[in-house]
Design a binder for this molecule. Structure first.
Ligand SMILES: Nc1ncnc2c1ncn2[C@@H]1O[C@H](COP(=O)(O)OP(=O)(O)OP(=O)(O)O)[C@@H](O)[C@H]1O
Ligand SMILES: CC(C)(CO)[C@@H](O)C(=O)NCCC(=O)O
Ligand SMILES: [K+]
Length: 246
C-alpha cells in the first residue's frame, strides 16, 4: 500500500507491505502533486499497475490537488466512523480533530491496548494529546519550533533567524543567538514537561510517545519517552485497513 500524508510543511510519501515497516520519504507540501509525481526518484508513486493509494492530511486545498493528480489510481481515504469507534472522544465538532492527531492516537490505541498514552507530535505545530482508558481525552496545540523561531525573526527588527541547537540549552544566554536558544528550548522543554505532569495527574501510568519532524532531537530531553518515527504512518495504515491486520 502507498500512503500519502499531507502535513503543513512536508508531505510524507510512504510504502508498506506489512503495515509495520515503512519505506518513506518526504517532499515539501507547497510543491504541486503533479510535479511530485514526475520526480525521477518517485516513479513507484505513478507507475502503471500501482497499488492502492491511501490519502490523508491537514491541508484541504493540497488534498484536493492530490485527488485530482491521482484521479486514475485507486485512492482510499480514511473513514471518520471507524476512528470514532476505535478512539471514542468528545472533541467538538468531532470532524475538526486533525488527521495527523487521529492517526497517532489510533496507533497508540491499537498497538498499546490497555495502556494510557501521552502522544506528542512535534511538527509544524506541536500537539500533546492524552489517550486514557481507550478514549481521547483532549490535548494541547502549540506553535512548532521552526514556526516559533521564524516568528521571532519576522516580528522584530533585530532578531536573526536562528538554527536551534539540540537541547538542553544554557539557562542564561549572553548574546542574541544564545538568548533565543535558551528562550525557545526552555519554552518547549517546560511546556512538554508541564503537560506531562498535568496529564499524569489523571493518568499516572501514561507512557509518552513522541513523533514528528522535531521529535528525534527532543526525545532525550523527555525522560522515559519513546521515539516512534512511524506513529502517524502506522495509525494511517491501521485506519485504512479498518483495523484488520494481515
Ligand atoms: N527536512 C526538513 N524540512 C523542514 N522541516 C524539517 C525537516 N526535518 C525536520 N524538520 C523539522 O520538522 C518540523 C516539521 O515537522 P514535520 O515534518 O512533522 O511537519 P509536518 O509534516 O508539516 O507536520 P504538521 O502536519 O504538523 O504540519 C519543523 O519544525 C522542522 O524543524
Ligand atoms: C494541529 C495541527 C496543525 C497539527 O499538525 C493539525 O492537526 C490540524 O490542523 N488540526 C485541526 C485542528 C484540530 O485538531 O483541532
Ligand atoms: K504532524
Amino acid at each position: 500500500m502507498i500512503l500519502i500524508s499531507v502535513g503543513n510543511t512536508r508531505t510524507l510519501l510512504a510504502r508498506t507491505q506489512d503495515g509495520v515497516h515503512f519505506d518513506s520519504t518526504s517532499v515539501v507540501t507547497s510543491l504541486p502533486p503533479t510535479e511530485i509525481l514526475q520526480q525521477p526518484g518517485l516513479t513507484w508513486l505513478s507507475a502503471p499497475n500501482r497499488e492502492p493509494v491511501a490519502l490523508g492530511g491537514v491541508v484541504p486545498t493540497v488534498l484536493a490537488a492530490w485527488r485530482e493528480a491521482l484521479a486514475t489510481a485507486e485512492v482510499r481515504e480514511p473513514d471518520p466512523g471507524f476512528f470514532r469507534r476505535a478512539v471514542p472522544h468528545d472533541y467538538h465538532p468531532p470532524e475538526s480533530l486533525g488527521f495527523d492527531r487521529r492517526c497517532c492516537l489510533l496507533a497508540a490505541a491499537m498497538d498499546f491496548p490497555g495502556h494510557d498514552s501521552i502522544v506528542i507530535d512535534m511538527g509544524t505545530a506541536i500537539t500533546i494529546d492524552l489517550l486514557a482508558g481507550g478514549h481521547f481525552r483532549g490535548g494541547r496545540i502549540l506553535p512548532g519550533i521552526a514556526m516559533s523561531l521564524r516568528g521571532l525573526h519576522e516580528g522584530t527588527a533585530l532578531l536573526p533567524e536562528v538554527v536551534l541547537n539540540t537541547p538542553p540549552a544554557e539557562m542564561l544566554g549572553n548574546d542574541t543567538s544564545s538568548a533565543i536558544q535558551a528562550g525557545v528550548i526552555h519554552l518547549f522543554a517546560d511546556a512538554l514537561r508541564g503537560a506531562i505532569t498535568d496529564y499524569r495527574q489523571s493518568s499516572p501510568q501514561a507512557q509518552i510517545l513522541i513523533t514528528g519532524g522535531d521529535a528525534e532531537c527532543w526525545q532525550p530531553s523527555i525522560p522515559g519517552s519513546f521515539y516512534q518515527p512511524h506513529l502517524l504512518l502506522r495509525g494511517f495504515y491501521l485506519w485504512i485497513q479498518g483495523g484488520v491486520l494481515p
